[in-house]
Write a protein that binds this ligand. Structure first.
Ligand SMILES: [Zn+2]
Length: 289
């Protein structure tokens, strides 16, 4: 199970979340058979999306992050609920690239930076709330930080990391996100910047056995923190035969009748790769509805 912790500073100027999402990213890897760099790209987005999900107010709200940077890996998508449970996919999960100049998995190279990060919040209203900002690096965490700064005017520090074992399993994955509250003055901002200057990589802290709460405290060593809550989110797909059938209906009558000529129709869920089979009679029934 993943483990996520949320703290607020006692002076009320900021809050911080940290999570160990190793299990979530390992599940994603098993479902999507991702290469190392694609595990890192998808894992970072899943972790960031889980944080953003936990910031939703309504129980049934969801948030979708979509990153399209023009790189070989294609579009990367993650969807989270308000408990931080998350699912996602990456368009081309097999992309392999040499390590970047820092000796790290080249997530920015695989994702590309010629495009946008799109945030869609479904808050149960008629229309979802949609925000979009240009990608900064395709490294995901920087792009989420820039999204918050530009689109929501919320000063945010976000760090996300995935460490992959030689056998492609996930060694550790996780991240942290600091957000300044409207009560924060420039002095608080200076203090945060001073705190995060020499922070080790998230994967280093997790590999050393630090818990999410330890990470919150290490990241904001200058602040006295109070734990607000903790949660245990997981990789969760909520697909069902009903949902797939409803999606098929949106293809329109003509398309469905042409599909009914096939021996059977198989639909794969993008998020969990579950297969749903429909007979020609079932497809015809959908065409009529
Ligand atoms: Zn599914």
């Amino acid at each position: 199970m993943a483990h996520s912790v949320r703290c607020i500073s006692k002076d009320g100027t900021l809050f911080v979340m940290a999570a160990d999402t190793t299990d979530i990213v390992e599940t994603a890897r098993r479902l999507h058979h991702t290469s190392k760099v694609c595990s890192a790209a998808l894992g970072r987005l899943l972790t960031g999306c889980s944080f953003m999900g936990q910031l939703l107010k309504g129980n049934d709200d969801t948030v979708t992050l979509r990153v399209k940077g023009g790189g070989e890996a294609g579009v990367v998508v993650a969807v989270a609920d308000s408990d931080g449970n998350v699912k996602g996919y990456i368009e081309n999960p097999n992309v392999e690239l040499p390590l970047n100049s820092k000796g790290k998995l080249d997530v920015g190279g695989a994702v590309g930076k010629d495009g946008y990060i799109t945030v869609m919040r479904d808050l149960g209203l008629k229309e979802p709330y949609i925000g979009q900002t240009p990608l900064v690096s395709g490294e995901i965490a920087e792009d989420i930080t820039a999204y918050y700064a530009m689109s929501e005017q919320t000063p945010t520090v976000c760090a996300l990391g995935v460490l992959v074992n030689p056998d492609l399993t996930i060694a550790v994955a996780g991240g942290f996100m600091v957000q300044l509250l409207p009560t924060a003055d420039s002095e608080a901002i200076d203090r945060v910047e001073k705190c995060i200057q020499d922070i080790p990589a998230v994967t280093t802290m997790l590999a050393e056995g630090l818990t999410p709460l330890d990470i919150c405290r290490k990241v904001l060593s200058e602040f006295e923190l109070e734990q607000l809550d903790e949660s245990f989110p997981e990789y969760r797909c909520d697909c069902s035969r009903d949902r797939v059938a409803r999606a098929l209906v949106t293809l329109g009558k003509e398309e469905l009748l042409s599909m009914a000529q096939d021996e059977f129709t198989e639909v794969n869920c993008h998020f969990c790769n579950k297969k749903y089979k429909f007979t020609p009679a079932e497809i015809k029934a959908l065409a009529k509805s």
